[in-house]
Design a protein around this ligand. Structure first.
Ligand code: SF4
Ligand code: SF4
Length: 421
């Protein structure tokens, strides 16, 4: 356990105010899966009250956490349960070892864009997401129920976003202020149409856009407890972006923007990176922040429509970005914005719970879908690829007459740049 978290765990007074806020506890009613129970387990492990048990209960307590931070918001001393859980996961792997696949994924594949791209292109040969999951399901690290999650993933695109925008890969596009695009892995490989919408908005705003060939932001490794893997990716990204001389580093992925902003904290013990990490951090902007500071309007010819917004946890709780996407939506002519109940309740996809425990994740998602229906909205907008895929799956499963759209995709709408598929 990180030394700084030992005091954090001690702050938990076992009051239980967090129980009503925890989506996993609310779906299961199991104390060891509540924030209080997870902190209690961490405290026992730290005090060495018992040695590491490899029981299913311990694993579930550590790994069935969405990392949504709802508990932190509900807790008077603001105990950072999500950080405590990530640190305990790290200890767990130190005790029981990581699989070769985890090491390969977090240390070799995700930090290296060329290697990652080559691997994904091979996976594309499998033609569909279902075939890909079938091919992976023999791996012990992945849950045996993985195939239940097949419908979560869209069909694999014929071309990645980078292949569609070779000019950007070579250097830059557009004229105006120099900004960089941090296009997360999800947009490059799985959702290139959405990445293309973002690119269109950045260029329409009058910017010179750079997109260096970067790797993963590091969040998947961090959430999994591989802190060194996350640091490797942070160091590489800081070095890559620091020489571009850009005013801003913009991303449409709430998970990426939240983690890129964490780099100063992540590298706080490395003297050589303290300054560069702070300088990098000061330029990172989520697309909602970037667009809300602009006098930019979005026109679409297929409105009016009743719209609601789902708050991604990494946008709302990790970055306190809540009003910006709503204000942008409300500014759009023809948008009738309605607030849904519990808009900031996690959709159930946090930390990949939908892949590791599909049934539990769907139970949490159902509450979200019921609230979407209560809002009577016809369009559900969000701004995190994980939430987007999960919400789309929920809407299809429930046969809701609701269109799920990504924020930038909704803004770009019919005026979007032509596809280069
Ligand atoms: S985590 Fe916070 S809210 Fe939950 S039991 Fe501990 S002190 Fe109370
Ligand atoms: S981070 Fe979310 S899922 Fe994890 S304990 Fe806190 S409220 Fe529960």
């Amino acid at each position: 356990m990180k030394a700084s978290l030992i005091d954090e765990v001690a702050k938990c007074n076992r009051c239980g105010f967090c129980l009503a806020a925890c989506p996993v506890y609310q779906a299961t009613g199991v104390e060891t899966k509540a924030p209080r129970g997870r902190n209690s387990l961490a405290r026992s492990l730290m005090k060495k009250d018992f040695t590491w048990p490899s029981s299913p209960e311990t694993r579930e307590s550590l790994f069935q956490c969405l990392g949504c931070r709802a508990c932190v918001e509900a807790c008077f001393p603001a105990v950072a349960t999500d950080e405590i859980v990530a640190s305990a996961r790290s200890d767990y792997y130190r005790e029981f070892g990581e699989t070769w696949l985890q090491r390969y994924l977090f240390r070799r594949l995700l930090p290296d864009p060329q290697r990652l791209s080559a691997a994904i292109k091979k996976a594309f040969l499998l033609k569909s997401s279902a075939n890909l999951l079938r091919a992976l399901s023999f791996l012990p690290w992945l849950n045996r129920n993985l195939l239940k999650a097949v419908d979560l993933l869209p069909p694999l695109p014929a071309h990645t976003l980078r292949e569609r925008w070779p000019d950007l890969v070579r250097g830059k596009m557009g004229k105006g202020k120099k900004i960089a695009y941090f296009g997360g892995c999800a947009f490059n490989f799985v959702l290139p149409d959405i990445g293309q919408s973002t690119m269109y908005l950045l260029l329409k705003d009058g910017n010179q856009v750079f997109w260096p060939e970067h790797g993963c932001c590091g969040l998947p490794a961090y959430g999994h407890g591989d802190f060194e893997g996350a640091r490797i990716m942070a160091r590489k990204n800081i070095k890559l972006f620091q020489d571009l001389g850009v005013e801003a580093v913009v991303t449409e992925c709430a998970s990426c923007s939240s983690f890129l902003k964490k780099y100063p904290d992540l590298l706080s013990s490395e003297a050589a990176f303290i300054g560069p990490a702070k300088s990098f951090n000061s330029r990172v902007l989520d697309i909602s922040e970037f667009l809300s500071a602009k006098d930019i309007s979005f026109q679409r010819n297929d409105l009016p429509v009743k719209v609601t917004f789902h708050d991604p946890c990494h946008l709302n709780r990790f970055q306190k970005i809540k009003s910006q996407p709503r204000e942008l939506l409300k500014k759009m002519p023809g948008v009738d914005f309605v607030e849904m109940p519990e808009a900031d309740w996690c959709c159930g996809g946090g930390a990949g719970l939908n892949l590791s425990n599909y049934d539990l994740s769907m139970k949490i998602l159902q509450r979200k879908m019921d609230n979407v229906q209560k809002s009577k909205a016809k369009t559900l907008v969000t701004s995190c690829p994980g939430c987007y895929l999960q919400l789309r799956h929920g809407a299809n499963k429930n046969k809701l007459a609701v269109e799920v759209r990504y924020l930038t995709e909704f803004f770009a709408g019919a005026a979007q740049a032509p596809s280069r598929e």
